[in-house]
Design a protein around this ligand. Structure first.
Ligand code: IPE
Ligand code: IPE
Ligand code: MG
Ligand code: MG
Length: 324
C-alpha cells in the first residue's frame, strides 16, 4: 500500500461500513457499464477500470452526502468516475502516455482511434448515469465540469511552449482542467445526499482540494522520483506544458525562459534539476498547501456532523500526503 492509499484507507476507516458499501456498489456499477457496451469497450475500458484508481471523486460524492438516497448517489459517483476516466483516456492520447495506473494506456494498446472512441463512450455513459436520476440540476453540474475540462485542456495546448504564462493563468487552467470535477463531485453529493443548501460551499471546498491536487501533481512531475510516480521526470516539459514550478523558477533563473521543443528526455531531467535548484518546488508546494488549509477551514462554519468534517479533512490531507 502506498502512502496515498494508506491515507485513503484512513478515510475509509473513518467513513465506516456505509462508505465502504457505497464504494463497492460504485465498483459494481462501473464494471456493468464497462461490460454492457460491446466487446471493444469492455476490452479497452475494462483494463483501465479494473486496474483501479483511487476513486477520490466518488469518495467526495459520498462524503458530501447525508447518506440517504443511495441509488442516485451511486449513479452520481459512477458518473464522476466515468467522466474522470474518459478525460484520462483522452489525456493519454494528447500526452502520448505509455502507462496509466501501472498498465499500458488504451492509447498504447489500441491506438489513437480506439482511445478516442473509448473516451467518447465513457463520456456519454457518464451522462447517461446521471440522466437516469431525472435531475436536471445534476446533469447541468456535470456538464459544467465537462465543458470546463475541455476548455482547460485547450488552454493547456494554447499555452504550450509559451514563455510568459502567469501564475494566475496557470491557476485558471488547473481550476478548469481538474478542480471543476472535484467541485462537481461535492456538489452532486450534497444535492443527492439531502444537503442541497450546502451544495455551493461544499463545491468550493472540492474546488480548492482539486486545485491543490493538480498543483501537487505538477510538482511531482518535476520532483519525481520516477520510481514513485511511475513516469520519468519532466514529462510535462517534454510536451511543452508550462506548470507552476517552471513559471516560478523562471523568475529566479531567466535562463529557463525558453523551452526547447527538441528537448530529449535526458535534457528534461537536467532541466528538472535546474528548476529544483531555484527553490520553485518548495514555493509551489507551499502555494498548494495553502489551498488545502483554506479548504479545510471553509468546512468549519458548515452545518455538518463532526465525523463528516473530519473525513473530508482527511481527504484534503490525503492530497498533500500523497506528495509528502
Ligand atoms: C490523475 O487523477 C489526473 C489528475 C487530475 C492529476 P487521479 O490521481 O485521481 O487518478 P486515479 O483515478 O487515482 O488513477
Ligand atoms: C490530468 O492532467 C488530466 C486532466 C485533469 C484532464 P495531467 O496530464 O497533469 O495528468 P497525468 O499527469 O497525465 O495523470
Ligand atoms: Mg497527462
Ligand atoms: Mg501531470
Amino acid at each position: 500500500m502506498n502512502t496515498a492509499q494508506a491515507q485513503l484507507g484512513e478515510v475509509l476507516a473513518a467513513g465506516g461500513p456505509g462508505l465502504a458499501r457505497l464504494l463497492e456498489r460504485t465498483e459494481l456499477r462501473l464494471a456493468e457499464v464497462a461490460e454492457g457496451h460491446g466487446r471493444e469497450l469492455a476490452r479497452h475500458a475494462g483494463g483501465t477500470l479494473s486496474a483501479g484508481g483511487k476513486r477520490l471523486r466518488p469518495m467526495l460524492v459520498f462524503l458530501c452526502a447525508d447518506g440517504d438516497a443511495a441509488e442516485p448517489l451511486v449513479a452520481a459517483a459512477a458518473a464522476v468516475e466515468l467522466l474522470h476516466m474518459a478525460t484520462l483516456v483522452h489525456d493519454d492520447v494528447l500526452d502520448r502516455a505509455p502507462l496509466r495506473r501501472g498498465r499500458p494506456t488504451v492509447f498504447a494498446e489500441g491506438g489513437r482511434l480506439a482511445a478516442t472512441a473509448t473516451g467518447d463512450l465513457l463520456f456519454s455513459r457518464a451522462f447517461a448515469e446521471l440522466a437516469a436520476t431525472g435531475s436536471e440540476e445534476a446533469v447541468l453540474a456535470l456538464s459544467a465540469a465537462s465543458s470546463a475540462l475541455a476548455r482547460g485542456e485547450l488552454m493547456q495546448r494554447a499555452d504550450a511552449w509559451s514563455e510568459d504564462v502567469t501564475p494566475e493563468r496557470y491557476l485558471d487552467r488547473c481550476r478548469l482542467k481538474t478542480a471543476s470535477l472535484f467541485e462537481a463531485s461535492c456538489r452532486l453529493g450534497a444535492l443527492f445526499g439531502g444537503r442541497p443548501r450546502l451544495a455551493d460551499p461544499l463545491g468550493r471546498f472540492g474546488e480548492r482540494v482539486g486545485l491543490a491536487f493538480q498543483m501537487l501533481d505538477d510538482v511531482l512531475d518535476v520532483a519525481g522520483p520516477a520510481e514513485r510516480t511511475g513516469k520519468p521526470r519532466g514529462t510535462d516539459l517534454l510536451d511543452g506544458t508550462v506548470t507552476l514550478p517552471l513559471i516560478l523558477a523562471r523568475r529566479r533563473d531567466p535562463g529557463l525562459r525558453e523551452l526547447d521543443p527538441s528537448l530529449t528526455a535526458k535534457q528534461a531531467e537536467a532541466l528538472c534539476d535546474r528548476i529544483a535548484a531555484t527553490g520553485a518546488l518548495e514555493e509551489a508546494r507551499t502555494d498548494a498547501l495553502a489551498h488545502v488549509v483554506g479548504a479545510k477551514e471553509s468546512l468549519a462554519g458548515l452545518d455538518l456532523p463532526a465525523a463528516r468534517r473530519h473525513s473530508l479533512g482527511l481527504v484534503a490531507d490525503g492530497v498533500v500526503r500523497r506528495y509528502a
